[in-house]
Design a protein around this ligand. Structure first.
Ligand SMILES: O=C(O)CCC(=O)C(=O)O
Length: 263
């Protein structure tokens, strides 16, 4: 599988492009099972490495803190990060088509790190509204360019698929916000007057997103969970203010599955 010239042209113009099914059936099933096992606390992973956030904190009804460690056996997690420390997810992240995308973006021999490998979930009949934003972070000395977004379940408007604004990747809307979120006024002015595109996906389908493409997502009105795996790859030379260690995925010094498994 390769990205065609037409797909690259489409991505450059629109700020996203659909890549179809990338994972094999077996790989998709393994990721679906593994993420549930991680949530249920039964996966052979180092939970102290992973940031895990409940969709609703008991007692408050709001999302819980995003902090390291397991928060209880439930499928109602909102977000789980550091999935690069799981061999099943790491293997998927190393797919040659993703390497090809990184090489086109960051250079053929450039080292590429994982900025984040994140599970985003809208549990059945739950989920939280995610405000319109661009994926960028002011603590980094350069912006990551690409996110590979894989549906682990069918994603529909009714179960809270992401919505995007095509062609919004040409400029930063709110450069002073630490993580690219829009103000209420900007949402009113830009988002309300522009056509949104719901990105409905089948399980296993992948969309490549430019990090500056505006996106948002809503709650889940159905009994079908909306699980997704989002990988943001960044230039391996990126420096973070205050330090920060990131896992090398492609290029010299890349973490191998064997190294991960022998930890
Ligand atoms: O899955 C979602 O609802 C949002 C994900 C997101 O914001 C991202 O992958 O950057």
């Amino acid at each position: 599988m390769h990205i065609t010239l037409e797909q690259w042209e489409y991505f450059d113009r629109e700020g996203y492009v659909r890549l179809g099914q990338v994972a094999s059936d077996g790989q998709l099933a393994a990721m679906q099972q593994r993420i549930d096992d991680i949530m249920l606390g039964t996966a052979p992973v180092d939970y102290s490495q992973m940031a895990m956030q409940l969709d609703r904190e008991p007692g408050t009804g709001r999302p819980g803190p995003q902090s390291r460690g397991h928060k209880g056996a439930t499928l109602s997690y909102r977000k789980i990060q550091q999935l690069e420390f799981d061999p099943i997810f790491l293997e998927y992240m190393k797919n040659p088509i993703f390497e090809e995308i990184c090489q086109r973006t960051y250079g053929v021999k450039a080292p590429v790190n994982c900025f984040r490998a994140m599970f985003m979930n809208k549990p059945a009949h739950e989920g939280t509204y995610l405000v319109w934003h661009q994926d960028r972070w002011t603590n980094l000395d350069r912006d990551p360019q690409i996110t590979i977004y894989t549906a682990l379940d069918p994603a529909t408007v009714d179960n809270g698929c992401i919505h995007i604004i095509p062609r919004s990747h040409q400029r930063l809307i709110n450069p002073s916000h630490g993580s690219g979120f829009l103000t209420d006024e900007q949402i009113e002015e830009i988002v309300m007057n522009t056509k949104h595109l719901p990105v409905e996906l089948s399980a296993g389908e992948v969309v490549l997103l430019h990090n500056w493409t505006l996106h948002s997502s809503s709650t889940n009105q159905t009994e079908i969970p909306r699980r997704a795996f989002s990988i943001c790859y960044m230039d391996g030379e990126t420096q973070a203010k205050g330090g920060g260690t990131y896992t090398r995925i492609f290029g010299q010094g890349a973490l191998t599955l064997e190294q991960l498994q022998s930890r």
